[in-house]
Write a protein that binds this ligand. Sequence first.
Ligand SMILES: C[S@@+](CC[C@H](N)C(=O)[O-])C[C@H]1O[C@@H](n2cnc3c(N)ncnc32)[C@H](O)[C@@H]1O
Length: 391
Amino acid sequence: MPHIKVQSMSNETLHRLQHGCETVRFFAEDPAHHEAIIGIEQEGEVFGLLLKRFGDYDLLKFDKITRPPKVSLVKKALATLAASLELKILHGNIADSSTRPPLSSSALKTIRDFEDRVFDTDEIAIEVGFGSGRHLLYQARQNPDCLYIGIEIHTPSAQQVLKQIELQKLKNIWVLNYDARLFLEMMPSNSCRQIFVHFPVPWDKKPHRRVISPAFVEESMRVLRQDGTLELRTDSERYFRYAVETFCSIPRADMHLRKNAEIEITSKYEARWKRQEKNIYDLYLRALEHSEPKPLQVDFSFGALRYTARLEQRLSLQAMVGADYFVHFERIFKIDADEGLLIRVAFGGFDRPEHKYVMIDSEGCRYYVSDPVKTTVNDRAHQKIMESLNG
Ligand SMILES: C[S@@+](CC[C@H](N)C(=O)[O-])C[C@H]1O[C@@H](n2cnc3c(N)ncnc32)[C@H](O)[C@@H]1O
């Protein structure tokens, strides 16, 4: 990701960074951790840069939480800062044109594209964690009347598949570079015919990171139309057994299991396991019922909340845990000396956490740079965040 390592900035340069740069909107500092977030506006996009101070040098880099849609914008912002402050670059990758191009394609969707979305087709299938995309591309070629929504958390894999979609001129695939565990809630009830989960990461040591969980199964059953199927394929016997147990968490289930069955297309992972003569397990769960619609009425505004002096001293950095959500104020950055706070907060469901900044100043309070995804657990976490900020 774009970054520059520069010779340690003097106080005078820091002052110019805070007050004399056209693209800088605010400077929020956490002196205890020697870090700051620089609020940037570049070509109409708003995002943050992270400044890490190491004593003999400073590192300016991409901020994971506010990630702008184009990596090229971050590079431009870094280059603009470096030029206007005359920073001495010791090392960096902003001039490196061999870094991968940013994700850009009409097949690429953002999570916002799914908020309150009405689909113009009844034939929709989802593939979670498509990796190299062999299965996703194959399915889309075979079933041109079905829209395939592929969700992949790993950006280079999403990039690679977007390239293939263009090369193969496929019009029926959407790619979402996002966490599948957060995604399903955005889909309307009864909208899909299949949800594929092929060779998910087993996460044997951190089971809470698994894609399949009781909440995921419940959401899959709601999103699938009657007789639609959730299809797991795995080489991990332990994951397979875990999935059988998890699929049983719903009140009525119709399951179908197979061992070492051939399917039409072999993914890269599958080919590797087959060469190693590993067993492969399939577990299909059929949706038995038509589900109720699930309108998401979530309001992420903060009402009349304003920054009041020493608010930072009243906020606890201990995680607050509710029945199905948590809120953790992880870091507090002071904006431009004392005018407000930028609070880095992790929140939401235990297996579906979100990271955002909450910006609170004399004008009000809001999420920076955008609201969280409209999910019910995020709504509950938001209420808790408001309650804590209200004291
Ligand atoms: C072992 S690979 C399997 C890839 C592909 N399904 C196959 O069969 O070759 C698992 C994939 O799931 C993706 N993944 C893991 N957790 C995810 C999540 N929460 N949301 C979306 N994708 C995820 C990983 O990035 C990885 O590409």
